[in-house]
Design a protein. Structure first.
Length: 460
């Protein structure tokens, strides 16, 4: 069967029923560059509407011109116009206090009819980290409590680079806040974690010489090897030695394309397109119905599977092994013990076929907890030579790097602890909240994640 893209399919292409919101600098950049890339590749719309929000006027202006975003799709809120500088509690309050103007503008952008929201943010800053749990509470209140209409809300949250201890602390607060809110039906249905530190490692490993050249140019330093780049990130806990802005910016430019790939892979099965078949039919809400609340994606692209060249089960097993160990977006080690998995296997019809489901299931077996649910989705493209891709969404996997994040955050809290009120004042000054709140977020986090924090630990 031959199918065409073009004017004919424009009418049949249905935009997904999802509204994208980017909060803060990272969130806005990711949504902005995603929209720009989709335009460039002429992809049908994966989102029905979108809004980029910030408490920082300059950042919002920058993002508008960088990605060609119309003014009405952006929103400046909060009192300061210069951001909240990592004080996530200010980010939280700013969102709550601006509820009316935010909903007015979301209304103008057509958010009423959608069934789902994807919120993009970093977890380490202030505006996005604090604003995200706040806007979810507001959305759930509005749709579920006031209108009795179920909506799903996904957070795509970016974990900090290595050595950003202050951001590690914010991230812990945000994730524990989101999970606690979920117990009251006011949290995210899925929190999808992408880690800057892992994405950077992946990029540096897969495109060694390119990345070294790029960083050398950007940072104007002589870099002899990858190891040297990694040690450039300070691991000390003194904030004054936090990674310098230029290094961070260069790292961000390197990892963002990787973030966009996974977002595209996640959104595309739910959008009707003339050149593909999806089975079972999958809409975005299915992810949250089938997966546990914290998800780490893995994406293996351009897989060279050759059905005629040797054992297909073996090739599929090698594919799954590689996807989990080498392409996950937060490091899940080699024993993630995930409690649920969703896979999207896409490619040409003779490769992406349900007959392989049994082998995929067997291959996934050693990476999941006993009894964990596996949900398949096959996407067959009719294009000439489509590439073969595997997207794995791992629900509640072990995430060894969270241990690192917890340690960084704990050391920072200890550094600023002591009987002196001057010391205690640090928490209010730099986070907008008390030491007590942060300590309880950390212990919350330890409790929530402890059972799958230690790699290799068996489950009872
Ligand atoms: N992957 C990625 N990370 C980013 C990007 N921009 C910033 N970050 C990371 O996000 C964290 C900082 O958060 P921001 O998004 O800048 O903070 P914000 O939400 O704007 O909050 P404030 O600036 O504190 O008001 C750091 O860990 C950055 O490395 C981006 O475009 N992509
Ligand atoms: Mg900012």
């Amino acid at each position: 069967m031959h199918r065409m893209r073009g004017s004919e399919s424009d009418e049949t292409t249905k935009a997904a029923e999802v509204f994208a919101i980017g909060i803060g600098e990272c969130g806005s950049n990711i949504v902005g560059s995603y929209l720009q890339t989709s335009r460039d590749k002429k992809l049908p719309s994966r989102v029905r509407g979108y809004m980029l929000m910030n408490t920082d006027r300059a950042d919002l202006t920058k993002v508008r011109s960088k990605y060609g975003i119309p003014k009405e799709n952006t929103m400046l809120y909060g009192a300061s116009e210069i951001g909240v500088g990592g004080r996530f509690m200010d980010g939280y309050n700013a969102m709550m206090e601006s509820k009316d103007i935010i909903f007015d503008q979301l209304g103008n952008l057509g958010f009423e009819g959608v069934s789902g929201f994807c919120i993009f943010t970093s977890l380490g800053g202030g505006t996005g980290c604090g604003g995200t749990p706040a806007i979810i509470e507001l959305l759930k209140q509005r749709f579920q409590e006031e209108e009795g209409r179920r909506i799903f809300v996904y957070v795509i949250g970016v974990l900090p680079f290595e050595g950003q201890s202050s951001e590690a602390l914010n991230s812990i607060w945000a994730v524990s806040k989101l999970l606690r809110a979920q117990l009251q039906e006011r949290g995210a249905d899925l929190t999808i974690l992408l880690s800057n530190r892992t994405m950077l490692k992946r990029i540096l490993n897969s495109r060694k010489s390119d990345s070294v050249d790029y960083l050398q140019r950007e940072l104007d330093v002589d870099i002899a090897s990858i190891d040297q780049i990694e040690t450039k990130v300070p691991s000390t806990l003194d904030e004054t030695e936090d990674m310098d802005k230029r290094t961070e910016q260069a790292f961000v430019e390197l990892v963002n394309p990787l973030a966009l790939d996974v977002i595209e892979a996640m959104l595309s099965p739910g959008v009707y397109e003339g050149n593909k078949d999806v089975f079972p039919t999958t809409d975005l809400a299915d992810y949250s119905r089938k997966l546990d609340p914290v998800v780490v994606p893995a994406l293996y692209q351009d897989i060279g599977l050759i059905p005629d060249a040797g054992s297909m089960p073996k090739q599929l097993r090698a594919m799954v092994d590689y996807a989990i160990k080498e392409t996950s977006y937060a490091d899940v080690g080699d024993q993630p013990n995930a409690e649920s998995v969703y896979y999207v296997f896409s490619g040409p019809r003779h490769i992406s076929k349900a007959e392989y489901g049994m082998h995929l299931k067997e291959s996934l077996d050693k990476f999941i907890a006993p009894g964990a649910a596996i949900t398949p989705c096959y996407v067959q493209y009719y294009d000439k030579d489509p590439s073969t891709n595997l997207l794995l969404l791992l629900g509640l996997p072990k995430i060894p790097e969270l241990v690192q994040i917890i340690n960084e955050a704990t050391q920072l809290v200890n550094l600023h602890s002591g009987s002196s009120p001057l010391k205690q004042g640090w928490f209010m000054r730099s986070k907008g909240t008390t030491r007590k709140e942060l300590v309880s977020a950390i212990s919350d986090f330890r409790e929530l994640f402890s059972y799958y924090m230690t790699p290799g630990e068996t489950m009872e």
